[in-house]
Ligand binder design. Structure first.
Ligand SMILES: Cc1cc2nc3c(=O)[nH]c(=O)nc-3n(C[C@H](O)[C@H](O)[C@H](O)COP(=O)(O)OP(=O)(O)OC[C@H]3O[C@@H](n4cnc5c(N)ncnc54)[C@H](O)[C@@H]3O)c2cc1C
Length: 384
């Protein structure tokens, strides 16, 4: 099997490199952190206008109808250039594909293209203080009031909610029904009366995610996705896409991180054989992850639906990334104690190590992913 770029892919890769060189604001490079500066919105808009956001989305929804291999190349090149991702991570990766699968023509027309141009930002309101891994335990009420839904409850850990215009929201629609038949899934307007967002500061010092409080929030009936009580099936579409398409972005970022680590070790003339051995291991691991993703890509190209293998990529990436960023701090040695200086003390690796702690929790914890791999990929007996 020849895994090198075809002539068409090589020319697309060059096109992306040229685009990044011409359009990426200098300030966005190597920031590594999601800080939502104004230039991030501009950068996201420029990606949308050039047709690089939603590359694989059908043209009728504002996408480019490109093959998944182009999506992989695009993500690899963004990571190589240290460019920030599109601000519409949740819109492009989760809300958009869910609306395409379950939405009405009016919903597709209303929401999809504005996701790509970053005119409207989305957040995901799934987790609650007592319902994370167990989404079916969500307590937020989405009550049918005849001509609208009335939403009351609290969501937590909602990334992007402080800049979001819309939320894909799951809650109790028919509480008297058994688990998995009781959820309703709606699109909530984050600017509606009764929606309050309170940012939560992470260990990195950045408020990347938020609490959302809904108090008597009216959601129009036409914002329903799927059926009342059928929210579980809709949510599964969202989660499959969350992990499925995420794999490429993650492997590409990890590949970039390994390259930076190797460059750092060369710069610092590291000659400790144990450290060199551990760096080599990280390089090998990222190659394995890349080839796993190529296999998943083949499935995706054939079926158009991400398979459960996405869970394996996310699991491996998150654990590798934590190990790798810790190793980078060891390579930095005494420089690792400084974060506000220039050169080695610019805080880059320190930020990455702190941020990596959340990697094994977000988008499914490692334990939940191991359960999914055991049951759905390996076909082992269910754990409960
Ligand atoms: C950086 C970050 C961003 C996030 N962004 C969002 C977002 O945008 N929107 C959103 O809705 N949520 C978001 N989350 C929340 C995330 O989805 C949840 O934290 C996650 O699903 C785990 O839920 P929990 O925190 O309630 O932990 P719990 O589900 O209470 O789990 C606690 C512990 O028990 C383990 N556990 C639970 N069930 C099982 C089981 N069946 N078998 C084995 N072990 C089990 C877990 O692995 C974990 O170690 C984000 C989280 C982070 C860290």
């Amino acid at each position: 099997m020849d895994l090198r770029d075809t002539p068409d892919e090589a020319s697309f890769r060059q096109e992306i490199r040229d685009f990044i060189a011409e359009n990426l604001p200098d300030a966005s490079r190597r920031r590594g952190a999601r800080r939502f500066e104004d230039d991030d919105r501009e950068w996201s808009r420029s990606l949308g206008e050039a047709g690089y956001a939603g590359l694989t989305w059908p043209k009728e929804y504002g996408g480019s109808g490109a093959p998944y291999s182009h999506q992989g190349i695009f993500l690899e090149e963004l990571a190589r250039a240290d460019a920030p991702s599109h601000l519409g991570v949740i819109g492009i990766g989760m809300a958009g594909p869910t609306i395409m699968a379950w939405g009405s023509d009016e919903q597709k027309e209303r929401y999809l293209s504005k996701i790509l141009t970053a005119d409207e930002i989305w957040c995901q309101g799934f987790s609650e203080p007592d319902a994370g891994s167990d989404l079916a335990a969500a307590r937020t009420r989405i009550e049918d009031e005849g001509d609208h839904f009335l939403v009351n409850g609290q969501k937590v850990w909602s990334s992007f909610a402080h800049i979001a215009d819309f939320c894909i929201l799951v809650g109790q629609g028919v509480p008297d029904q058994p688990r998995y038949k009781n959820l309703t899934y709606v699109i909530a307007d984050m600017h509606a009366p009764g929606v309050e967002v309170r940012p939560l500061v992470q260990i990195t010092g950045h408020p990347e995610f938020n609490e959302i409080f809904f108090s008597d929030v009216q959601v129009p009936k036409e914002n329903l996705l799927g059926e009342i009580g059928g929210g579980w099936q809709v949510a599964m579409t969202t989660l499959l896409h969350e992990r499925g398409t995420l794999g490429f972005a993650l492997a590409a970022t990890l590949d970039g991180a390994v390259r930076k680590l190797i460059a750092l070790a060369k710069d610092l003339e590291v000659d400790d054989p144990i450290l060199l051995d551990r760096i080599a291991r990280e390089w090998i691991e990222v190659q394995a992850l890349r080839y796993t993703n190529y296999r998943a890509l083949t499935t995706l190209q054939k079926t158009g639906i991400p398979g459960p293998e996405g869970s394996a990529s996310k699991l491996v990436w998150s654990e590798n990334n934590q190990r790798l960023t810790k190793l980078a701090l060891e390579v930095l040695g005494s420089h690792a104690q400084l974060t506000d200086g220039g050169g080695y003390a610019d805080g880059y690796w320190q930020y990455q190590q702190l941020r990596s702690r959340g990697n094994t929790i977000e988008a499914g914890t490692s334990e939940i992913l191991r359960n999914i791999i055991a049951e759905r990929v390996l076909g082992l007996p269910r754990s409960r």
